[in-house]
Design a protein around this ligand. Sequence first.
Ligand code: PMP
Length: 394
Amino acid sequence: MFSSLKEQPADKILQLMQLFKEDPRDTKIDLGVGVYKNAEGVTPVMRAVKAAEKRIWEEQTTKSYVGLPGDPEFGDAMVSLVLGDSVDRGQVAAAATPGGTGAVRQAFELIRMANPDARVFVSNPTWPNHVSILKYLGMPMVEYRYFDNETGGVDFDGMMADLEGVKKGDIVLLHGCCHNPTGANLNITEWQAVVDLLNRTGAIPMIDIAYQGFGDGLEEDAAATRLVASSVPETLIAASCSKNFGVYRERTGILMAVSQDAGLNKLTQGSLNYLNRQNYSFPPDHGARVVSTILHDPQLRADWAAELEDVRLSMLGLREQLAGELQRLSGSDRFAFLAQHRGMFSRLGTSPEMVERLRAEHAIYMVGDSRMNIAGLNKTTVPILAKAIIDVGI
Ligand code: PMP
């Protein structure tokens, strides 16, 4: 049986990580994989996470199963973190999942279960795993224009023109903030136009929010998600705690389904529970318990928010430094978009050949589509990157 398995395509980012590891040059810079790194290149355990883990270790008396949707306190805390008071808690069905990826996967399965004909509209580009999971599930997918390589911003006219092609019941997948891989985001007026289009067409939004707190701040980054959830009949939200709590390997995420018809909530919650049961029964609990411990404790929460804010500001500082260096070296503003982008990533908007030259000639590693992890930089390496970008003629 095993011999009939097909070779699966290698994950490009993981391949890049391997190449980086094998590169003997000590000047090498890794802008590839999507984890936050501090100036020393370390992905730290956040202070509040350590404190919460200590408390859990001291106080936890059982490792027995949690419920199918996970610990309700985690659900409540996350609904409140993401949605604030934009909707009533009673309008939201929620289930913990293994990471944001788990939430995305369960959301797609819920869509397929409810409406096998629904097409999922995804931005071009989007996080590659969106595309890969949709293909794996055999779900119809349509791309909409998103990134303008010339301006480094969102091609909003192109996006809206393509979204005019949605039909009632189709799904529009949107990044709540800090678009991965481009770093380019809609402003709130543009979000309102998307809401109007959704309401006019009857298409349903699915929001993937994996970087709340990495862009403009915890509340600011949730503003678009809250606007959508409070304005359209139904919204799906896949949220990840991997980045903003730094609990990547603990696999902590949540899927929320918001409806304006409270009567649908029980039905939706039942379906989320059912899907958890079919795929892994009970969701992982450790990361969820850490998150919920932090969010329910005012002191831990304040310390977490302060550390997250430091992380956000450090990335913003690196963006500004990079845009400034490039302006100085190129004598033009054509890289100013790097300071406008938000989140961990920026798409440079150059060709795979140029990306390869940066790797071969300067030992700078970024993903082939020219996505850079800004957190892979520090104050010393920013000028090196800027010079390399100009040297290869981007
Ligand atoms: N969505 C997006 C857009 C992401 O960038 C990521 C992380 N790379 C995820 C979801 C899921 O992350 P995780 O499963 O690690 O929580």
